[in-house]
Every structure is written in C-alpha cells, then in structure tokens.
Design a protein around this ligand. Structure first.
Ligand code: TPP
Ligand code: MG
Length: 333
C-alpha cells in the first residue's frame, strides 16, 4: 500500500528529492554565471561547462562517504560543488585569485581540495584514471575501506592509460568506481567516428569488471546505480564501471562553433533536460511547491553572488612569487 502523503517515508523522499534538485540547480546557475563572467573577461583561459550533465554528478556523488576520494576532469565545477568545495573558492580559482582552492594557479580545469578529498580537475584526457587507481591501491594496501570515484569523458577510452587502468584495477581488485560520462562527443569527434566498439560497458567487461549503462539525464537513476556499484566496490569485490549516458547542451568549451552536430540533435536532448524533467516530476507528484522552488533558486543565486563578491575581492599573487612551488626550494648545506 502506498504511504499517506504526510508519512515519514514520503517526507524523507521529499527532502531528498529537493536536495537533489537543489544540487542540480546550483550547478546550472553556477555554470550559466561562469559563461557570463567569461564573456566579461573576468574568467580567462579555458572554460568547460557541465550544463546538461548535472544529474550525473548530483546523483552519483550521493553514494560517496566523506572519506572517499573523487577524481574528475576539466569539466568538474559541478562535481566540486556537490562534494562541498565552496562556490567562493571555486570562483576565486577561476578568477585566478590567491584565495582560490588551487591558489589561483590552476583555473577552471584544476579545481582541487584536499579537505574534501577532491583530487581535481585534470586537463589531460584520461589523466585522472591512473591517479584514481593509485589512490585506490594506497587504500587497499593500507586496509582502509574507502572508494575512489573516477569521473571521465568517453573520449578517455581512446587513451592507452584507460586500458592500463581498467586492467590493473580489475586484476588487483582495487576499490575504484569508474564513472564514464558519455556525452557522445570528444570535442568535435563523435564516439562512432573514433571507436570500432561503441558499447563502452563491453570494454570494461572485457577486463572482467561489472559494468552497466545508466540514464545520465535522470538524477534518481544516477544515484541508484552509483549506490549499488559503491556497495559492491566497498565490499572488496573490485572495481565497477558505470556508463552514464548524457549530453552537453553547450559547446565543448568557450571556443567551439559546434559544426559537428545538428541543432536538431541538441534540441532533442534538451527535451530531456535533467533539471527541468526532475523539477516537473516533483511538481506533478506534489513534492515541490512554487515556494520551494523560489527558495531553492534564491539560495543558489545568493550563494553564487557571494562567490563572485569573494572572487572580486580576492588578491592577485605577487609577480615575484610566480616561480614559487614550480621547483622545490633547494636548501644548501
Ligand atoms: C591526452 C590529451 N589529448 C588531447 C587533448 C585535447 N582534448 C581536450 S578535451 C578533449 C575531448 C575529450 O572528450 P571527453 O573525454 O569525451 O570529455 P568531454 O569534453 O566530452 O566531457 C580533447 C581531445 C587533451 N586535453 N589531452
Ligand atoms: Mg565526451
């Protein structure tokens, strides 16, 4: 029998659903603001937005504990926000200010935060995979019950290190959750133009690793799949591979005329916008009122406005300090 509308179970479900919506909306609004700030030349360098893919980070990361580690790519602002890295320190990083989470040295592609075990942000396609496997190897050798979640784009499967990492993680039964964010394109190259086998789960199963596809536009599906996989990984069964089928609504980066895909294709995917569809579903089920939505939007807006103020008020590193941390200081006897 379905629980009555006010039962503890349904109120728990409502709270959690609103929490998930809040996470996705924070990412969406943050990214939209970043695009604006980039046009205003406040943010410089590279900028890759996660708009359209929010459900993956917002859902999958619910399965992780504070002690677990995360490794991500250059499209990682959303993962950092969900993990609890402050919007202010992320924004200051993008501004290149010293108060940024990587001291303003990394920018958008190198968000890093030791306190939340967020191991970046990586500009190298596939570069996070060996880091994740190394972290998991250390945990296994030291007998810690931790999981490392490694997010990467489907473009990484063309890299040799993807295969080396799949092999070693499976062979040594390392606690890694491989989260492949398959948005169908690696810059302008469609998956089917670069891979003879486009079923990415098959690549993982060929290394004797459990793998399954997930609807990456559905935040609840992303959370459910990740919870199931993390349970297996944490129990010592070795790594799991999830292929999140998703889509980026915007260009690859801020320099991309998008000549490689039809506008019609983008519009079709936008009909499955993860934020809008989840929000609508909650409204239809009576779990989200107009007031709730207004509050969530206002909170996200206030958090981002504060982040911008923090970044604006931040300091530039002194020019004479720029070579600091490049090489270790030599101490003479
Ligand atoms: C080793 C390496 N080769 C090439 C590049 C240039 N490059 C930057 S992003 C990108 C596409 C990666 O696509 P994907 O892994 O699918 O991630 P997405 O951008 O779709 O999230 C490429 C080829 C790079 N950064 N690193
Ligand atoms: Mg891709």
């Amino acid at each position: 029998m379905a629980p009555p509308a006010s039962s503890p179970q349904s109120s728990l479900e409502r709270d959690h659903s609103l929490f998930l919506l809040r996470q996705m909306l924070r990412i969406r609004r943050f990214e939209e603001k970043c695009a604006e700030l980039y046009s205003a030349a406040k943010i410089r360098g590279f900028l890759h937005l996660y708009i359209g893919e929010e459900a993956v980070a917002a859902g999958a990361m619910q399965a992780l504990e504070p002690d677990d580690a995360i490794v991500a790519t250059y499209r990682e602002h959303g993962h950092a926000l969900v993990r609890g890295v402050s919007a202010a320190s992320i924004m200051a990083e993008m501004y290149g200010k010293q108060e940024g989470c990587s001291r303003g040295r990394g920018g958008s592609m190198h968000i890093f935060d030791a306190a939340t075990r967020f191991y970046g942000g990586n500009a190298i396609v596939g570069g996070g995979l060996p880091i994740a496997v190394g972290l998991a190897l250390a945990d296994k050798m030291q007998g810690r019950s931790r999981v490392t979640a490694c997010f990467f784009g489907e473009g990484a499967v063309a890299e040799g290190e993807f295969h080396e990492c799949m092999n070693l993680a499976a062979l040594w039964k390392l606690p890694v959750l491989f989260c492949c964010e398959n948005n169908l394109y690696a810059m302008g190259t469609a998956l089917k133009r670069s891979e003879s086998e486009t079923d990415l789960c098959l690549k993982a199963t060929s290394y004797e690793m459990p793998a399954w596809p997930v609807d990456g536009m559905d935040v609840a599906a992303c959370e459910g799949a990740a919870r199931r996989a993390v349970l297996a990984v944490r129990s010592g069964d070795g790594p799991c591979f999830l292929e999140f089928r998703t889509y980026r609504f915007r260009a690859h980066s801020m320099f991309d005329p998008q000549l490689y895909r039809d506008k019609q294709e983008v519009e079709e995917w936008k009909k499955r916008d993860p934020v809008v569809t989840f929000q609508r579903g909650l409204q239809e089920r009576g779990l989200l009122s107009d007031e709730d939505l207004k509050r969530i939007e206002e909170d996200a807006g206030a958090e981002i406005a504060q982040a911008i103020d923090f970044a604006e008020a931040g300091t530039w590193e002194a020019v004479e300090d720029l070579t600091k941390f490049v090489y270790s200081e030599r101490t003479r006897p």
